[in-house]
Design a protein around this ligand. Structure first.
Ligand code: GRG
Length: 277
């Protein structure tokens, strides 16, 4: 039978042979979106408004870059199939919870997100706050059900008060000297834990898991610097566009260097990193 039929029928072979990154992203995004739809309570379930708000914030959604990194991290360690999908979904739910809360009037006070009204604009602050809580709680239910205690430990550390929450607090306090800490905790910590979790799910060794973490952290920092550059905010506001670009290039290059130990298996991670610009 033709190889094409084989490829279409088997996503693992498809990713191996057809490392066109755009197709890879579309393929993984589709898997993640379908799984998220399965995990999220139906909008008609009582109390409807909270489930509507949770679904409103997840669909149609953004780039799904963090959960794709989880799956690509899993594959870099030799993982095949859908074993990393539940944790990848958990990572995306956590990301979405941070966005809902970050958009609220007590934080960044944004009216729009992903081209539509923010959750609190649409559903009110009380429901938005709880929708964020609901997504975070659901994330841990899904991750726990996937049965890997080490992933739970890893992710809960990354998003706690010494991780994302700590970064957000430092951001609120607004001390310029804390910018490196803020970027590391507020943005890079979730990328780092997303990629690392893929390796943990596969049961990879310390050397591989550390390499994935280093890669995720550097690519997360790059992502934030480029976002600052676009918005003329954060690091770019403090240090100027030239220095920010230089630092982002340095970090992107260093991120890729952490992947050497994986050889060809890190192709997807490498190409995903190349898209962060
Ligand atoms: C509320 C605990 C708590 C934390 C909030 C991550 C965060 C901390 C706030 C998000 C605000 C922000 C601008 C973060 C910088 C990183 C960033 C550009 C996030 C948006 O991520 P994308 O571009 O979003 O991946 P999509 O829409 O594609 O999912």
């Amino acid at each position: 039978m033709s190889q094409d039929k084989d490829r279409i029928g088997s996503p693992d072979r498809w990713t191996r042979f057809e490392m066109d990154i755009k197709k890879y992203i579309a393929h993984k995004k589709n898997i993640i979106d379908k799984a998220l739809d399965k995990y999220l309570p139906l909008a008609r379930l009582k109390p409807q408004v909270i489930h509507k708000a949770m679904r409103y914030s997840i669909f149609p959604g953004g780039k799904r870059i963090r959960p794709i990194f989880t799956i690509a991290g899993f594959e870099a360690c030799g993982g095949k199939g859908d074993l990393a999908v539940p944790v990848a979904c958990g990572v995306e739910l956590i990301h979405s919870y941070t966005l809902i809360h970050d958009d609220m009037p007590c934080m960044d006070n944004d009216d729009f997100r992903r081209g539509k009204h923010t959750c609190h604009k649409k559903f009110g602050e009380d429901i938005a706050l709880l929708a964020g809580d609901g997504l975070l709680t659901l994330a841990f239910q899904i991750i726990a059900e996937s049965g890997n205690i080490d992933v739970i430990k890893e992710i809960s550390k990354a998003i706690g008060t010494r991780g994302i929450i700590g970064g957000q607090v430092a951001d609120i306090l607004g001390k310029d000297k804390d910018i490196e800490y803020i970027n590391l905790k507020k943005t890079a910590a979730l990328f780092e834990t997303a990629v690392k979790s893929g390796g943990i799910i596969k049961g990879a060794g310390k050397r591989e898991i550390d390499a994935l973490g280093n890669f995720g952290r550097d690519i997360g920092l790059t992502f934030q610097l480029l976002d600052d550059l676009k918005d003329e905010d954060g690091y770019a506001r403090l240090y100027g566009a030239g220095r920010t670009k230089e630092k982002a290039e340095f970090l992107a290059k260093r991120a890729k260097s952490h992947l050497k130990i994986f050889g060809k298996r890190a192709d997807a991670l490498l190409k995903l990193a190349g898209l962060i610009r």
